[in-house]
Design a protein around this ligand. Structure first.
Ligand code: GLN
Ligand code: ZN
Length: 776
């Protein structure tokens, strides 16, 4: 081979800035502290830095239009003029004001996150937001209405192409593909399947592609990750129509059709028949699909090999990748391949080099987006047969070997415990009916017992004290004293208003996953490892790098203290293994199911210790169980089996008399009700208030036997519900469930609410339960 390197693409890079520059600028702009020009200048600076960085790291196919002020799906809605009437848009270029109104509502989005993770619509008039495939990135759901038409309404993609060109970069602009865009949207007319709007949409895409061509673009990357989902015939034929149209109307543009987050699988015949110049495939999630693609592809189809994990933080074993892909390159020919991450690097933190607090060994096993681009470039050079990268390959080898054998990762005692998991550890001693009997006698609770989900308002005082403690301005003793007072006040107040089962308020917790991750072995945390969750909200997921164990009790002292303040039952509060797993970067040298079982064993230890300390009720939250569902239905069962097993491992090491609660932040349980029942928690609290209890139907139809607390207070809104409203909701619930099953509680934790809202709302909630008791 003669060329120095194969082409290297990145597919997209993080837009937030290494030090969260975009967040700062956006929030400054929203608060009126900086001007629109200042915001746009910051954005342009970030784009320029991104292009320069990718270029200097060796990327040769550099994306443009991967940047967004908020979200690339929202950008697409704006590009095609899919802007609901409510935003008062009269046509013409879309102003930033309209754009941000769609993103955040006119009130902004200060109150919309309950769990540190967004999973609801937000703001009053903001567009709904939901998870982008199986990532923790949330996109703004496109909205279509009756008689929807489309019209080119934003020149962003063209402008950013020009902007890069002026800086000397020939970029490959990125667009969300038309079919994925429509499929992710919703229509206000139930009779209209969004995908049926395709023919009206295509002219806008054609216009954009033609304009890009006129300005000099050779390639355009069109993302159609919908190709890794279960597709129906309408959707498949939409793909055929769309790309046939582009081939006909924009023959001069080469399209790299990008798929990611899974195998194309049964959609492969469709994908391979599309008249596009290139196909990007995710070979991390599905290495095995390459064979079929190689043999089934047109002989001139360029294949973009997604060989470095764009969804995770691990350094690759480059020599192993060279070995694996050398024969592939030989077969396809160097002219037909591009080297790329599995998906856009949007989902990885930016630069590992900024981290100064990580264990040096662990750090040497990691790669963030900057490091991943360097890896791609090394790999592309090595695969082109060039020897200039021997040192980089050797360093990668060394790190891979160290990681395979490091005692920091591999803990023999964990392996031993894992091997010893038996059936007895996966079930309670007695069936629910007998436990319920024992627990009823033990607790002697009134009908419709009232409780809350765990957290109470994280006020500015609480957050300031935590920050002051972290900076060393509050001593450990002072901080603990502060937390104790806050807790005691909250416990006393719950007693005063007459709640039946109390909580301590979770003031000592920064985040429901991080709090546990920090106390478990096997996790590390970063200083700058931010990834975008939505808009200007970024999260720093814990990194699960090694075998998990619990060196010492994590919550027992807080539980003991809070129970000492009251005679009423004090629920101990834990986060479940599936949720800890789903909200972390997880090791790639162990199946997720195994990592989850390890966490389950650690939580089981905590549950056992809590019981030993005297706890009679223990809640184990599984807020993220449902969002971990695989993209393909065929994989659901496997996931649910191990997820449920993990929950059972962590929750069953207790006596019949100990009551296990769980909580889930959603209520669409229809498809997974069997799994929820199989978890066999004594009590589950779920979110239902906004659905008028209709979502409880899942539980009714199945005759769900255990106790349920359907949320009667929508904690995502500052509004204080009246007693009557909550009583009506409970009445609706009673039509679907038996009285003896019902608990009364809010939808979720109260940490994002203000005390002024929480106080009257809970007083009303208790009053509603009392009225019902009297009446029945
Ligand atoms: N116990 C947690 C709280 O109350 C539960 C939050 C959640 O499940 N998202 O905040
Ligand atoms: Zn919740």
């Amino acid at each position: 081979m003669t060329s120095l390197s194969l082409p290297v693409a990145t597919l997209g890079t993080p837009r937030i800035g290494p030090r969260r520059e975009l967040k700062l600028a956006l929030e400054g702009f929203w608060a009126g502290k900086i001007s629109e020009t200042q915001l746009l200048d910051t954005a342009a600076g970030l784009r320029a830095a991104n292009w320069a960085r990718q270029n200097s790291l060796g990327a040769t196919i550099i994306p443009s239009n991967d940047f967004s002020l908020y979200d690339q799906v929202l950008d697409t809605s704006v590009m095609v003029g899919a802007i609901p009437d409510a935003y008062g848009w009269k046509g013409g270029p879309v102003s930033l004001k309209t754009y941000f109104a769609m993103a955040r509502g006119s009130q902004g989005d200060a109150d919309d996150v309950s769990c540190g993770h967004a999973h609801h619509g937000h703001g009053d008039t903001a567009q709904e937001m939901t998870k982008w495939f199986d990532t923790n990135y949330h996109y703004m759901v496109p909205e279509f209405h009756k008689g929807q038409t489309f019209k080119l309404s934003s020149r962003k993609v063209v402008e950013e192409y020009d902007e890069a060109k002026a800086l000397g970069y020939q970029t490959r602009p990125v667009l969300v593909g038309p079919v994925t865009f429509l499929k992710l949207g919703k229509s206000d007319d139930a009779a209209v399947d969004p995908v049926s709007l395709l023919d009206g949409l295509l002219p806008v895409y054609v216009e954009v592609l033609q304009e890009l061509g006129r300005r000099g673009a050779e390639w355009v990357q069109i993302d159609e990750p919908c190709l890794v989902l279960d597709l129906n015939e309408t959707e498949r034929s939409a793909l055929q129509r769309a790309y046939a149209r582009f081939a006909k109307d924009v023959p001069g543009i080469k399209i790299m059709l990008a798929t990611y987050f899974g195998a194309i699988a049964d959609n492969l015949p469709v994908a391979l028949a599309l008249p596009v110049a290139g196909l990007h495939v995710d070979l991390i999630r599905s290495p095995q699909q390459l064979n079929q693609i190689e043999s089934g592809a047109r002989k001139d189809l360029v294949i973009s090999l997604g060989v470095i994990d764009g969804r995770n933080v691990w350094r690759s074993n480059l020599s192993a990748l060279v070995e694996r892909y050398k024969p592939v390159i030989a077969k396809l020919g160097a002219g037909r391949v591009q080297i790329a991450p599995s998906c856009s690097l949007l989902h990885t933190p930016i630069d590992l080099e900024l981290e100064t607090g990580l264990d040096p060994d662990v750090k040497s096993w990691l790669a963030f987006s900057v490091q991943k681009i360097a890896e791609l470039s090394t790999l592309a050079t090595a695969l082109a047969g060039n020897a200039g990268v021997a040192d980089a390959l050797a360093a990668s080898d060394k790190a891979a070997k160290a990681r395979q054998t490091s005692p920091k990762i591999h803990d023999a005692s964990v392996a031993k415990r894992m091997a010893a998991i038996d059936d007895a550890m996966r079930r309670r001693t007695s069936a629910f009916a007998s436990r319920a009997e024992i627990q009823r006698k033990r607790f002697d609770l009134p009908a419709f017992p009232t409780t809350t989900i765990g957290s109470f308002p994280q006020t500015a005082d609480v957050r300031n004290a935590r920050a002051a403690h972290a900076k060393g301005m509050l001593t450990d003793v002072q901080y603990e004293q502060f937390l104790k007072e806050e807790t005691a006040r909250t416990v006393r107040w719950q007693e005063e208003i007459g709640l039946d089962v109390l909580v301590h308020g979770e003031f000592e917790r920064n985040d429901m996953v991080q709090y546990f991750g920090e106390q478990l072995s096997g996790f590390v945390f970063t200083q700058y490892g931010w990834v975008q969750s939505y808009g200007s909200r970024y999260v720093r997921p814990p990194i699960l790098f090694g075998d998990v164990s619990r060196p010492k009790p994590m919550t027992v002292e807080w539980w003991r203290y809070s129970q000492s303040l009251t005679k009423k039952p004090m629920k101990a509060m834990l986060t479940g293994p599936v949720t800890i797993l789903n909200w972390s970067f997880v090791r790639d040298d162990l199946p997720r199911s195994e990592a989850c079982r390890q966490i389950a064993l650690a939580i089981r230890d905590e549950v056992t210790d809590l019981e030993r300390a005297g706890a009679t009720m223990i809640q184990i939250d599984e807020a993220a169980l449902r969002e971990g569902l695989p993209l393909r239905h065929s994989e659901w069962k496997t996931y649910l089996d191990w997820a449920v097993e993990s929950f059972r491992i962590c929750s069953t090491g207790v006596a019949d008399a100990t009551q296990i609660h769980t909580h889930m932040c959603y209520s669409e349980f229809n498809a997974i009700i069997d799994a929820i029942a199989a978890m066999d928690a004594d009590v589950i609290s779920i979110e239902t208030s906004r659905s008028k209890m209709e979502l409880l139907d899942a539980f009714t139809g199945f005759k769900y036997p255990n106790d349920i607390g359907p949320g009667v207070y929508d904690i995502h809104s500052p509004r204080v519900p009246e007693t009557g409203e909550m009583r009506d909701l409970i009445t609706l619930a009673r039509k679907r469930l038996s009285d003896s099953q019902l608990w009364i509680n809010p939808d979720c934790g109260l940490k994002t609410r203000k005390w002024e809202e929480v106080r009257p709302a809970l007083v009303n909630m208790v009053a509603a339960a009392r009225e019902l008791r009297k009446a029945s």
